[in-house]
Ligand binder design. Structure first.
Ligand code: PNS
Length: 161
């Protein structure tokens, strides 16, 4: 079975993430979306909430499974026999750090990283920017699925349009 992992914080999942996950799901038999458990960064949504939102919005793909991990991504990959990490590249500004991580992950465990060019429709989008706009009452509809929009609205009051 050809398996890949899409790792990230997913706090919360956006259409930008789903664009990459959806395209990865056409290339691999199984795509594991792995949410990083970062004790020092609690985030807006708990790990369980992020996983639940991901589970709901990726259900249509059929071959996407949701999980969480802590520690090194390569240890997670090794433990689950996953040889490929799939990442989205939004802009040149993403590239430097992503390249460093890809090279380190390859050196540590021989894991390959596949970069996908983000759909230009979402190249400006990040979860942190999304949360900032939502917190101040900006309109974030169209940037996340309806289910996530509802969760955001609930979390920031009725501010997220
Ligand atoms: O959505 P994010 O926060 O940009 O995702 C970053 C993530 C989770 C992919 C990256 O921080 C990661 O892989 N963290 C796990 C710890 C690790 O393996 N660090 C060494 C990277 S070479």
């Amino acid at each position: 079975m050809r398996r890949a992992v899409c790792p990230g914080s997913f706090d919360p999942v956006t259409w930008g993430h789903l664009d990459i996950i959806g395209r990865a799901s056409t290339l691999y038999d199984e795509v594991v979306v792995a949410v990083l458990i970062n004790q020092s960064k609690p985030g807006m949504f708990t790990i369980a909430e992020r996983e639940e939102l991901l589970r709901e919005v990726t259900a249509p793909y059929g071959n996407v499974v949701i999980d969480s991990f802590h520690g090194l991504l390569v240890d997670y990959c090794r433990a689950r026999d996953i040889p490929v990490i799939v990442k989205g590249l939004r802009a040149v500004s993403d590239f430097d750090y992503e390249l460093q991580m890809a090279q380190m992950n390859n050196r540590l465990a021989g894991v390959q990283t596949l970069f996908m060019a983000t759909n230009p429709e979402f190249s400006f989008l990040s979860s942190s920017l999304l949360k900032e706009v939502a917190r101040y009452g900006g309109d974030v509809s169209g940037l996340v699925p309806e289910l996530v929009l509802d969760a955001l609205r609930e979390r920031v009051g009725t501010a997220a349009s």
